[in-house]
Ligand binder design. Structure first.
Ligand code: RP5
Length: 174
């Protein structure tokens, strides 16, 4: 059984359609993870209890997503000594700018590595990168991932050159 090293926490199950992208990355890279719905406001006691025991359980990185006045990642970072990655969830009223600013503008001394609005995929990749600093197998998988990504972009350039932009666009619509 895989060691669980990354915890993905979200303020509400309404965040799951976005946070799933972080889980997909962790699973694709074979990183053991667990997922929880915990809120800084609605379940503050349970959040404290979980986070205070996370390091002893072997959790090395916490990814936390929240929307609105998004205090969850910061509150977790106040209690967890290892890296916390914050995912600002897009909101209906302010398009997620409220979430972004709540998460990114941490006071000096309590950092939260903040990704873009709805940037859960990058949160997953950042967690993998952090773990890869002490895991050569993960580092190799990351290098392969980057190579594949580069090749796919360069293949698009070749296709554009061959087809021209009009045919390229048409081929995308098919
Ligand atoms: C935040 O409030 C959650 O992270 C979520 O993004 C937002 C709305 O939650 P629900 O009302 O959908 O449960 O705490």
């Amino acid at each position: 059984m895989k060691n669980v090293t990354v915890s993905v926490i979200m303020g509400s199950d309404s965040d799951l359609p976005i946070m799933k992208e972080a889980l997909d990355v962790l699973n694709d890279f074979g990183v053991g993870n667990e997922v929880l719905v915990l809120s800084a406001h609605r379940t503050f006691e349970a959040t404290r209890e979980y986070v205070m025991s996370a390091e002893n359980k072997g959790i090395k990185v916490i990814i936390a997503g929240a929307g609105g006045s998004a205090h969850l990642p910061g509150v977790i970072a106040a209690m967890f000594p290892l890296p916390v990655i914050g995912v600002p969830i897009k909101t209906k009223s302010l398009d997620g700018l409220d979430s972004l600013l709540s998460i990114v503008q941490m006071p000096p001394g309590i950092p939260v590595a903040t990704v873009g609005i709805n940037g859960a995929k990058n949160a997953g990749l950042l967690a993998v990168q952090i773990l890869s600093t002490s895991d050569q197998t993960l580092a190799k998988k990351l290098s392969d991932y980057k190579t594949k990504q580069k090749d796919s972009v360069l293949a698009k350039t070749e296709k554009l050159k061959t087809l021209g932009y009009k045919k390229y666009l048409h081929s995308q619509r098919l």
